[in-house]
Design a protein around this ligand. Structure first.
Ligand code: ATP
Ligand code: MG
Length: 356
């Protein structure tokens, strides 16, 4: 029997609630499937750990994670801890330390969930956004001169490397090739940004020659927001820079109904290190402890994790169970229902157990 070691980092806010729900569903799958077993170790890192120890995780944190097959992550962020500490103290060291350069964000309208777009239902919007996760606008390059003076200058330099762009482009073409429509849209802003963005366009054209069976096109990011809203069916796989994909995937999540259903996978495609799976949403302290956090984003990312581990049947079974439950109208308040986290989780586990 195959055996996977999972590091769970529930962290802050609703993180522990949705990770508990995700682990319950994974356990139901492993029991039903019988072909694999999950050994889960939980780490109490996050803002509570920071308050006690002055750091979000121990110094050898990433080193300890290396022994795992995957990382199942909740959310970080607390009202009393500055954002740069929560983010740079835990999530980003893992993403960067493990060179998880492909951030994969599937979006589709699940049955029973209403999109804010009139007349758009399941089947009309089914995308995967691939976000470059290691460089670009968030490379942290820039600075401030003449601070506070009238002549102050601040720079924020986007760094694009041939290695970085080529590898994310190849990942996106390969992913597009594996999906039924074999359709990829490459997003840039190369009309206004004449250096790195033009390099993106050129590398896209080069990599495209390796994938003659993939149909691809280019979009400027501003026009892309219009196309996503007005012609969602014309899109399938999308690749964009760190900043552009960050923005586009928030739009995608909103068009699909709620942040509470949007998952993300931080992948090291070369499998040198564990990849990390998490819901897109943050710690959401406004609903923490109320038992109404939507666990669907976490189920979905758990499905991505199973896929990455090499358990595609279990991954598909989990998503089928989620879709069965949303179709029945068992929904948390953020997507218009009255169900609790526990009721949705129990229904998904029941659907897993009773599926043929
Ligand atoms: P952070 O600062 O960590 O990003 P946040 O307080 O900004 O957290 P988010 O989690 O980013 O909040 O989400 C914004 C809002 O969306 C939340 O305040 C919450 O009401 C709602 N929301 C997010 N995730 C969920 C979820 N899983 N279930 C229900 N509502 C959610
Ligand atoms: Mg937020």
């Amino acid at each position: 029997m195959k055996h996977y070691r999972i590091a769970a980092i529930p962290a802050d806010g609703i993180g522990p609630e949705v990770i508990a729900a995700g682990l319950q569903a994974l356990e139901a799958l492993a029991r039903r499937d019988g072909g694999f077993r999950l050994e889960v170790e939980s780490f109490d890192w996050g803002s509570d750990y920071y308050r006690k120890h002055g750091a979000m995780m121990p110094e050898d944190g990433t080193e300890r994670l290396k022994a795992f097959d995957a990382i199942f992550f909740g959310a970080v962020g607390a009202p009393d801890v500055p954002d740069h500490i929560t983010l740079w103290g835990l999530r980003l060291p893992i993403c960067q330390g493990f060179d998880q350069y492909a951030n994969v964000r599937p979006t589709k309208i699940l049955p029973g969930i209403r999109s804010p777009l009139a007349g758009v239902g399941p089947g009309d919007l089914d995308w995967v956004i691939v976000r470059e996760n290691s460089e670009g606008e968030y490379a942290g390059c820039g600075g401030r001169a003449h601070r506070g003076l009238p002549e102050e200058v601040g720079t924020e330099v986007a760094i694009f490397t041939r290695v970085g762009v080529t590898r994310i482009m190849r990942y996106a073409f390969r992913l597009a090739q594996a999906r039924p429509r074999k359709l990829l849209t490459v997003v840039t802003k190369s009309n206004a940004q004449r250096h790195g963005m033009v390099m993106w366009d050129e590398i896209a054209a080069e990599v495209a020659r390796e994938f003659p069976d993939v149909t691809w096109d280019k979009m400027l990011v501003d026009a892309m927001t219009v196309r996503m809203t007005l012609k969602p069916k014309s899109l399938d796989t999308i690749v964009a820079t760190n900043l552009h994909a960050d923005i586009l995937s928030d739009l995608a999540g909103a068009l699909a109904g709620s942040l509470g259903v949007a998952p993300t996978a931080n992948i090291d495609p070369e499998r040198r290190f564990p990849s990390m799976f998490e819901p897109i949403h943050g710690s959401a302290f406004d609903i923490t402890g109320k038992g109404i956090a939507n666990p669907i984003a976490t189920f979905w990312t758990a499905s991505q994790m199973l896929e990455h581990l090499g358990e595609p049947a279990a991954a598909a079974r989990l998503m089928a169970a989620v879709e069965q439950v949303t179709a029945q109208g068992i929904l948390t308040p953020d997507i218009g229902g009255t169900a609790t986290t526990r009721e949705v989780t129990d229904a998904v586990c029941e659907a897993i157990r009773s599926a043929n």
